[in-house]
Design a protein around this ligand. Structure first.
Ligand SMILES: [Zn+2]
Ligand SMILES: [Zn+2]
Length: 281
């Protein structure tokens, strides 16, 4: 049978898509060099792991790059302020991040989220699983066996349908497997679609944006539980804190936040990088 023009066009389009997909799959999503992995080893080697001089409460690097100001306080300025003013308190015990949200790491997260290069998720998930449990031990956070459950920061259903995946859930799955813990994807729900936090400038706007946006579906499931709450970025902590507040008010025993990355204090505008990624060809 001779195919008609439409069938022929569809066959050609499918072949081109397959070829294009193959070509993309053999290139590093960040530098464009030939690579069998979604991110080449060269790019991965530039990811900066956080090791010391981080605030023991929020986990962010305490000092601005190049700063010689080795402050005498244990906590960063914001955590000191939150300790004094109870209305601003953190509801989590600790937040611990693995990488600095800079350079190729920032690019990787933004490329995954906004250009939807799904294969990046597996590279980031595997790195998180490989290094994060050790980072918790180095930070003297409870031994992994003491956590009862891993919970990812949820997306609103409308955002999930638009993006087709929740990067926090992928990270949670990887790290939970490495730590032999179970993940609960359903217990914490985002009931309201909120503006992306990076579009807002002040911490107050970010706090208001997520206020009351989460709900615990089955409080019994987290009663007295020690929870490891997972997200991709810990920026000003407004989202993680609102989740922790919702979980604690629903009866959780404690919440530790685990994030793949965090920026330097004062570098709080991931959106700027988002624009630069969006503009790339
Ligand atoms: Zn690369
Ligand atoms: Zn802090």
């Amino acid at each position: 049978m001779i195919p008609n023009t439409r069938q022929l066009a569809e066959t050609v389009a499918a072949s081109l898509n397959a070829l294009f997909g193959l070509a993309l799959n053999s290139l590093c999503a960040l530098c464009g060099k030939r690579s069998s992995a979604a991110i080449c080893p060269g790019c991965v080697s530039t990811f900066e792991r956080l090791e010391s001089a981080c605030c023991p409460k929020c986990g962010r690097p305490k000092f601005a790059p190049g700063s010689s100001d080795h402050a005498r306080t244990i906590y960063c300025g914001e955590c000191e302020e939150r300790r004094i003013d109870r209305r601003k308190r953190w509801y989590f015990d600790r937040a611990v991040s693995l990488f600095l949200y800079e350079g190729r790491m920032r690019e990787a997260i933004l490329t995954l989220k906004y250009r939807r290069r799904f294969r990046i998720a597996d590279v980031l998930g595997a790195l998180f699983a490989q290094y994060f449990p050790h980072r918790l031990i180095c930070e003297s956070v409870e031994a992994s066996s003491e956590f009862n459950v891993v919970i990812p920061v949820p997306l609103h259903i409308s955002r999930l349908m638009e993006r087709e995946f929740n990067q926090a859930a992928i990270l949670a799955r990887y790290v939970a497997e490495a730590m032999s813990l179970r993940v609960s994807y359903e217990v914490l729900e985002r009931t309201r679609a909120t503006a992306p936090q990076w579009t807002l400038t002040s911490i107050q706007q970010k706090i208001e944006n997520v206020k009351g946006a989460f709900k615990v579906r089955r409080p019994k499931a987290i009663k007295d539980a020690k929870i490891l709450l997972i997200d991709d970025i810990f920026t000003r902590g407004a989202t993680a804190n609102e989740c922790a507040k919702t979980l604690m008010k629903a009866g959780a025993g404690s919440v530790v936040v685990g994030a793949l990355s965090t920026p330097h204090l004062g570098h709080d505008t991931p959106g700027a990088a988002y624009e630069s990624v969006e503009q790339r060809p």
